[in-house]
Design a protein around this ligand. Structure first.
Ligand code: GRF
Length: 195
């Protein structure tokens, strides 16, 4: 699998995928990391792992379509076949979605379809749920929707803050994201070979 990873911030999920590859648990290569914030820690992680990183700053682009067009161009340039949104904080347009049909994967810090959108962890705390978690799913145009690949549940503890709860969710994210990538690719190859 030739992966392109899109990240806006910390990049701990990028790290988890790189780690799974290094450990021989995921048969893939990260061809490129695309990041949109100049100070994203994900870029430092990429440099440490010898992964090429490309900064595409959305603030320099006129509109979302043009920005996504640039992303598609970069992904194609690096010969990517699967796109992983690992904390990518931009809405996608059909320009990107249609270029990689059913080959874009997102990770979200809630048990979808609960708590879509930003601040999912805060939303779970505010709702008073006792169990939350994370979801890896295929991306479609509607935000945080699309077929679910794997979910993991996490307990909400009495004294949790958004930070402590998010940290507990991230442990599970790092476990299921590499698994979900392998599973999605495997399923797709089964479907294509059957056709
Ligand atoms: C994760 O919680 C992910 O579910 C959400 O953004 C966060 C990214 O974390 N979409 P990191 O940058 O991978 O550490």
């Amino acid at each position: 699998l030739k992966l392109g990873i899109l990240a806006s911030g910390n990049g701990s999920n990028f790290e988890a995928v790189a780690q799974a590859i290094a450990a021989g648990q995921l048969n893939a290569q990260i061809k490129v990391l695309i990041y949109n914030n100049p100070d994203a820690k994900a870029a430092v992680r990429a440099a440490n792992r010898g992964v090429e990183a490309v900064l595409l700053n959305h603030r320099d682009r006129k509109n979302r379509q043009k920005f996504d067009g640039q992303i598609v161009q970069t992904l194609q340039q690096y010969d990517v076949d699967w796109v992983i949104l690992a904390g990518w904080m931009r809405l996608l347009t059909p320009v990107l979605i249609d270029a990689f049909p059913d080959r874009i994967i997102n990770i979200h810090p809630s048990l979808l379809p609960s708590f879509k959108g930003i601040h999912a962890v805060e939303q779970a705390l505010a709702a008073g749920v006792k169990i939350t978690g994370c979801t890896v799913h295929l991306v479609c145009l509607e935000v945080d929707s699309g077929p679910i690949i794997i979910q993991a549940a996490v307990p909400v503890l009495a004294n949790d803050t958004a930070e402590t709860l998010h940290a507990r969710i991230q442990v599970e994210e790092h476990r299921i994201l590499p698994q979900a990538i392998a599973l999605a690719a495997h399923r797709r190859s089964l479907i294509l070979n059957h056709a």
